[in-house]
Design a protein around this ligand. Structure first.
Ligand SMILES: [Mn+2]
Length: 429
């Protein structure tokens, strides 16, 4: 008898992977561990009959001669299967995305670092053209979304995203996915959130209040990022770090900051993650929770000390500036030749104002293109000084119609910040 089973406290990825194996390996009996996640239980309450799975307590281990293990790699995580570990000649196949802590030695091993185990199985099903129903597609999608936070965790890969597309093409129902994911996480989330409020500590640095909270969470728990955001707002913090260790001994660092706060993107990038000044995350492997917390604290110090300044990332002003003596028609020609969305008006180098593409349209409509640029320019536009931080510039760019921020010193334009400059900075290119 061949069985497929998975870890206790079964989540959607584990269940989906078991079900996929019953299709890929016909005749295989799926054995469901006794303890399953509440959200999975709610799903099974409706769908169980369609899935051909048996509870662990009905299994006679003596009859098993072939075992498939999905989404787990350790005998201890299975539901009373140690007996099988002693068996000679037991054929074992393993499908999993956990790279560490392997104690189940499989003859055939499909272990790759993707966001969800079901992704690996789906790729195989796609190759073999294995049929599945829309209901199964929905379960498979729950598996990917559950483990990757709807593809937002940094553990998600392009392969998971491809399989999401494949499932949507094949009838997966997002309404059902949303119902089971959102319904079920509320209890767990309020627990995590109240933990955040009690275990967190706040450090003060350069007038900024930065909250750090570290705690273990169930793997596959979605929406942690929005909890970190809520925690930041709730406590009125300038920046907040949620540091979570999952069952898989991965530490997830999720950071949020308001615009005048810390450049949290720089902190998580130093941990191997990614993000921009106001939001970012990283997954750290092989490090204890406390070590990651200490590392984050050191990085916060370092980052807050070396704010990137406007003058370090600005461009030369030349092509963005038109002389105040020009007409609208002349300025428009320059703007078009330079392919800009707006230009700055200067009297020699002295900054007077700015003209956006929209202003030129207005001038054209009212047949006033031969008027001086001074008659149309907007004098009150956002401006940065060379000592302002890139963070402030990113905030001000939201207010700029021209997409250019003049860098002004002693009333003179000494440089400009374009959206391009800021993008290069944010993505650290
Ligand atoms: Mn998984």
């Amino acid at each position: 008898m061949r069985i497929v089973t998975t870890h206790t406290n079964t989540d959607f990825d584990a269940l989906a992977s078991m079900v996929a194996c019953t299709s890929l390996y016909p005749g295989t009996v799926a054995i469901l561990p006794s303890h399953i996640m509440p959200c999975v239980k709610a799903f099974l309450a409706i769908h169980q009959d369609l899935l051909r799975i048996q509870p662990r307590k009905q299994l006679d281990v003596d009859r098993v001669d072939s075992l498939i293990v999905v989404d787990a790699n350790n005998w201890k995580r299975l539901d009373r299967m140690e007996e099988l570990a002693q068996k000679d000649h037991l054929k074992i196949i393993s499908w999993d995305h956990h790279m560490e802590g392997v104690t189940i030695q499989a003859g055939l091993e499909y272990r790759e670092e993707v966001g969800a185990t079901i992704t690996l199985l789906l790729e195989e099903m796609e190759r073999q053209d294995t049929p599945f129903t829309p209901m199964q597609a929905t379960l498979f999608l729950l598996g990917i979304y559950d483990d990757t936070g709807g593809l937002t965790f940094t553990s998600a890969t392009h392969r998971d995203a491809r399989m999401v597309a494949f499932l949507l093409e094949n009838g997966a129902d997002l309404n059902i996915v949303a119902a089971y994911l959102s319904d079920t996480i509320d209890d767990l989330h309020s627990k995590v959130f109240s933990n955040m409020l009690t275990v967190a500590r706040t450090i003060e640095m350069d007038g900024l209040n930065i909250g750090i909270c570290a705690q273990p969470v169930k793997s596959g728990l979605t929406m942690l990022a929005s909890l970190v955001s809520k925690y930041k707002d709730f406590k009125g913090l300038d920046a907040a770090f949620g540091i979570f260790i999952t069952d898989h001994s991965k530490v997830m660092v999720i950071a949020r900051s308001n615009s005048r706060g810390l450049d949290v993107g720089a902190v998580v990038r130093a941990l191997g993650g990614g993000g921009h000044p106001a939001a970012g995350s990283a997954v750290v492997k092989g490090m204890a929770l406390e070590t990651v917390v200490e590392r984050v604290e050191v990085l916060i110090q370092e980052v807050s000390q070396k704010d990137i300044l406007a003058r370090e990332i600005m461009s030369a002003p030349g092509r963005f500036v038109v002389d105040s003596a020009l007409t609208m028609a002349q300025a428009k020609e320059i703007m078009e030749n330079e392919k800009l969305n707006g230009v700055l008006v200067c009297d020699r180098q002295r900054f007077l104002g700015a003209l956006s593409g929209e202003t030129f349209m207005k001038a054209e409509k009212s047949f006033r293109m031969e008027t001086s640029v001074k008659g149309f320019m907007k004098a009150r536009v956002p401006v940065v000084t060379s000592g302002d931080s890139a963070r402030k510039a990113i905030e001000l760019m939201n207010l700029s119609d021209e997409g250019i921020l003049p860098v002004v010193e002693d009333e003179r334009v000494i440089g400009v910040l374009t959206r391009g400059n800021l993008i290069l900075h944010i993505y650290n290119i």
